[in-house]
Design a protein around this ligand. Structure first.
Ligand SMILES: [Zn+2]
Ligand SMILES: [Zn+2]
Length: 434
């Protein structure tokens, strides 16, 4: 009903239609409740930002979340797939089940933003002392979803179905992550989820929204290639097999997978060797050389194909020189693929909530997202929310994972409205036909 009304409004801009749209009681109530709760969402965000926890260590954050969900009278499950928390809100009327997801973990980054709620926490990570910071904005995701739970809990009688709030740990903990263990622990069952939404904050005009159907973020797989040659004197290479020269050929050969062997017009691909080690001194050709790297793909099919090509390239180049190459690929997160029909459903809701001028199409990017694991099981859409403070030029603002990354509190209320409207509209549409 409302969707067709919105369509007419956009097409014809009939004033009475705009009045009718403004008077939508569900939207009006979400807006009012989001505004009322905004100061508390900001306070939660500051608290979480000041007390960041690394992947797999989110005990304080999950306790905070669980206490809030229990206070709202939701059915709460804790310890789901590690530190995961799930809250189930049953609406007053029967209907589908929509899930909303927030990730809770921070990063080993020393915060350089001068905020009153700046993190001063320190830890030892991989043997190196470092700060801990919500440098990916997950503090905002958690606070927004806590606020959304409160907004929708206050409207439960009107909801035509069930909302499942999924707070996941270890999004930054590839390859294991937090979504996979939560799913194995039944996060998408009892009640079974029909669709899932998530937002991710990042640099962009404050309150702007970017979304798209199809691939949004890349898969991430790590590889290790050990080249076995035959050790010999550096002055007598013919007496051995040089794994460094063979490794160098393999390193270059891997780049031809990207530049010569796949159709880059259909989807981008990155193959990066991040380290190449071998040997001890000038006049010894060593026995082995080792390289490690990462593969990023935006097409699930290309991802699979590249694994085979990488193995073939390394093994056959090695064989051509009388060496051997042992290739190990550790699969991380899959491609984040937004369901196209669900994205088409969501678009008008985002435009209605954030304002048509503030909503645009997202560009795919090569970092990976654990949300992809939920999307492998149920239709899901992740969209982006711009959070750069208005005093800062978002085009040059520090990216996620930078010690200078920052998000403006003013984006939190719009985040709550976006998530609450996405869920409420999905339920009101009665699991839209897709
Ligand atoms: Zn991140
Ligand atoms: Zn993130």
């Amino acid at each position: 009903m409302l969707r067709s009304l919105s369509f007419v409004c956009l097409m014809a801009l009939i004033p009475s239609c705009l009045v009718a749209q403004r008077a939508d009681p569900l939207v009006t109530e979400i807006d009012r409740r989001a505004k009322d709760i905004a100061p508390r969402v900001i306070a939660w965000r500051h608290d979480i930002h000041q007390n960041p926890e690394l992947s797999f260590q989110e005990t304080r954050t999950s306790a905070l979340v669980a206490a809030q969900l229990r206070a709202l009278g939701l059915e709460v499950r804790t310890g789901v797939g590690g530190n995961g928390v799930i809250g189930v809100l049953k609406g007053g009327r029967p209907g589908p089940v929509v899930a909303l997801r927030a990730d809770m973990d921070a990063l080993p980054v020393t915060e350089l933003v001068d905020l009153p709620f700046k993190s001063t926490k320190r830890t030892v990570y991989n043997g190196v002392e470092t700060g801990v910071m919500h440098a990916c904005g997950h503090d905002m995701h958690v606070a927004i979803l806590m606020g959304t739970a409160e907004v929708l809990a206050g409207m439960r009688a009107q909801l035509q179905g069930t909302v499942k709030f999924i707070f996941q740990p270890a999004e930054e903990g590839s390859p294991v992550g937090g979504a996979g263990p939560m799913i194995r622990d039944g996060a998408l069952e009892a009640p079974a989820v029909d669709a899932i939404f998530a937002l991710h904050v990042g640099p962009g005009p404050l309150g702007s929204v970017r979304y798209r159907g199809g691939p949004l973020q890349a898969s991430t797989d790590n590889f290790r290639i050990v080249v076995h040659g035959k050790q010999t004197h550096g002055a007598m290479p013919s007496a051995g097999v040089d794994p460094l020269v063979v490794g160098a050929q393999i390193l270059l050969g891997l780049q031809t997978i990207v530049s010569r062997q796949v159709d880059l017009a259909s989807a981008p691909l990155v193959v990066t060797v991040g380290a190449f080690h071998g040997g001890l001194r000038e006049n010894i050709i060593p026995d082995t050389a080792v390289m490690i790297g990462t593969i990023r793909a935006l097409s699930p099919e290309m991802r699979t194909e590249v694994h085979a090509r990488l193995k073939r390239t390394a093994e056959n180049i090695a064989e051509a020189s009388g060496a051997t190459a042992v290739v190990t690929i550790v699969e991380g997160y899959p491609v984040t693929v937004n369901d196209i029909a669900l994205a088409e459903f969501l678009g008008p809701v985002l435009r209605r909530t954030a304002g048509t001028a503030n909503v645009g199409i997202a560009q795919p990017s090569m970092p990976a997202e654990d949300f992809s694991r939920f999307q492998e099981k149920v239709p899901g859409v992740m969209f982006g929310l711009g959070v750069t403070p208005t005093a800062v030029d978002w085009r040059t603002a520090a990216s996620n994972h930078s010690p200078l990354f920052q998000g403006d509190d003013a984006a939190l209320e719009i985040g709550v409205r976006l998530m609450a409207n996405a869920a409420a509209e999905y339920l009101r549409s009665g699991k839209p036909k897709m």
